[in-house]
Design a protein around this ligand. Structure first.
Ligand SMILES: Cc1ncc(C[n+]2csc(CCOP(=O)(O)OP(=O)(O)O)c2C)c(N)n1
Ligand SMILES: [Mg+2]
Length: 550
């Protein structure tokens, strides 16, 4: 007879294909049922945070739901940073954990429900008779609210026999939010009128637009209005016509491109929260620009927004496009009047910095030219995030993810590789990480290499420092010693778990990336490029942060 844990595993198996985690007493029966009774693929990670990170990256790369698992107590508390990131980044996943017995806590138990709640995650606890239904509710909640949920199995319930698994109902998901009623119709008309009369219309799209599948509709809207387009860091590659796209806005944006955005007379923002980074701390738009926002949030998310329409990005984009067609408005012609590719250009760097170490801009540019086209990039956090975001083109938003940046956490890079590899079996997965974050996440270097093998590649921006801290506080005169890291040989660390590691001291050392990219994925090793870069070259976005931080 199936156990309660088997009820959870078998019900999950109707909705997900992958579970990532670490085994322990609290999830032993769950993992046993998963392995013996389901088709779910289980991937072992080496730190519980990595299980949640991998499930998170899996969703960002595929749009599909995955699960993570950990034992009770210490296994669970190890997940909290990654859980907070998934909450803040609005990433659905299910975290299956052991929990204290229903008879009450043992000396090593902690209040897991309170801990999960403190980072914003809701817990569903399965009982003796409701495990299948509770599992469906946890899935439904995760998908509906786009959040992680915790599914807890009390220790004394885990192995109880529970009878045949009932057929729990399918999760019910809400339809895309459509603006309804005369007021909303007026707002859509008003936006169409503003776009029809705009001389320099500009469309900005974020991850919300990607999630709603608005790419095609927004491309049509851009064509109808002759709009120049751009995206947030999480929306890159969304617009179908790259030739009229300024690329990423905010601190990662190219100087010429960002200057052009300030010339727009009407700007319409779809599915982007306009956070401080996208908004360049208030400088993205010029004061004369009329800013409209379309989003599912309850109200406009930035004070510069003068017209807000609450609704799904794709639904509203289609409605505005049809209102424009009814007006028979001619496209502005603005986007044809400029050389967008030239505006998108970045500084090529000096090759080598005055201190003799590599100029990260030159390294990033060269790597960007050599990376396989089929790549999915996963990024840790730190000063270095600017290099990939500026110099590596992104084909679509599910091909560039930064697990950790919503919560501003570093140290979640290596396990992201495992999630992306399983989410996109056809892709080459590229990790970009610092030395500080790379060391913090080191337990899952082994996971990344084992899971990705020849389909994976890591670029370590090794400046022998917590560079972001040096830039923010070292340059302010604070003691630098705690900000420095003795130079770590990531090439040798990687070799220790079966990867090929290359120390990159000269741009020519990157030739190995070219030959690696030309080899078949199933015969080449995981490649780690340990790039010895100079900390003296500071990314433009960091100057913005330094400015507001001082
Ligand atoms: C978990 C966590 N600890 C500490 C920090 C503070 N912090 C932000 S950036 C950073 C430095 C990251 O160093 P590294 O990965 O080497 O990247 P770099 O900034 O040098 O490019 C630190 C320590 C953080 N954001 N998250
Ligand atoms: Mg560093």
């Amino acid at each position: 007879m199936p156990t309660v844990s088997a009820h959870v595993a078998l019900t999950l198996a109707r909705h997900i294909d992958h579970v990532f985690g670490v085994m322990g007493n609290g999830n032993a029966y769950f993992l046993d049922a998963l392995e013996r009774s389901t088709d779910i693929a289980y991937t072992a990670v080496r730190h519980e945070a990595g299980g949640v990170v991998a499930a998170d990256a899996y969703h960002r790369a595929s749009g599909r739901l995955a699960a993570a698992t950990a034992t009770y107590g210490a296994g669970f508390t190890n997940t909290l940073t990654a859980l907070a990131e998934a909450v803040q980044a609005h990433v659905p996943l299910v975290l299956v954990v052991g929990d204290e017995p229903t008879s009450g806590p043992r000396p090593w138990d902690v209040d897991q429900i309170a801990l999960a709640s403190a980072v914003g995650a809701r817990t569903y606890t399965v009982g003796r008779v409701d495990a299948a239904a509770t599992t469906v509710i946890a899935i439904e909640h995760a998908l509906t609210y786009r959040v992680p949920t915790v599914l807890a199995i009390p220790y004394d319930v885990a192995a109880l026999e529970a009878g045949p698994v009932p057929s729990a109902p399918e999760p019910r998901l809400p339809a895309p939010l459509a603006p309804t009623g005369p007021f909303a119709a007026g707002a859509v008309e008003g936006l169409a009128a503003a776009l029809a009369s705009a001389e320099r219309p500009f469309l900005l799209a974020g991850r919300g637009a990607w999630i709603s599948g608005a790419g095609e509709a927004l491309g049509e809207l851009a064509d109808l209005t002759g709009s120049v387009t751009a995206t947030t860091a999480l929306g890159r590659g969304l617009f179908p016509r790259a030739e009229y796209d300024l690329g990423v806005t905010g601190g990662f944006g190219a100087e010429g491109a960002m200057a052009l955005v300030r010339e727009a007379d009407v700007a319409v923002v779809f599915g982007a929260s306009l956070n401080q980074f996208t908004m360049r701390f208030g400088d993205l738009f010029a004061p004369g620009t009329r800013v409209f926002q379309v989003d599912v949030a309850a109200a406009a998310t930035h004070p510069y927004v003068s017209g807000y329409i609450r609704g799904d990005a794709a639904v509203v984009a289609r409605a505005v496009a049809s209102a424009l067609r009814a007006r028979d408005a001619a496209p502005s012609g603005w986007r044809e009047s400029m050389d967008v590719a030239a505006l998108r250009a970045y500084d090529a760097g000096d090759g080598v910095a005055p201190d003799g170490r590599l100029d990260p801009r030159s390294v990033a540019r060269r790597i960007g030219a050599l990376l396989p086209e089929d790549r999915v990039v996963v990024s840790d956090g730190g000063h270095f995030i600017g290099w990939a975001n500026m110099y590596w083109p992104v084909a679509s938003p599910d091909r560039m993810m930064m697990v950790g940046t919503a919560f501003q956490s570093i140290g979640l890079g290596w396990p992201s590789v495992a999630g992306a590899v399983h989410a996109r079996p056809e892709a080459t997965v590229v990790l970009t990480t610092g030395d500080g974050g790379g060391l913090m996440a080191l337990a899952d270097l082994e996971t990344a290499v084992r899971v990705a093998r020849g389909r994976g590649l890591a670029v370590v921006w090794n400046d022998a420092a917590y560079g972001a801290e040096v830039n923010l506080y070292g340059l302010k005169g604070l003691a630098e010693e705690p900000m420095l890291i003795p130079e770590v040989d990531f090439a040798r660390l990687a070799a220790g778990v079966g990867a090929e590691g290359i120390v990159v001291r000269r741009l020519d050392d990157l030739d190995r990336l070219a030959s690696w990219a030309a080899e078949p994925a199933d015969t080449r090793p995981f490649l780690v490029l340990d790039c010895r870069i100079s900390g003296s070259v500071i990314a433009p976005y960091q100057y913005e942060v330094i400015r507001v931080n001082s």
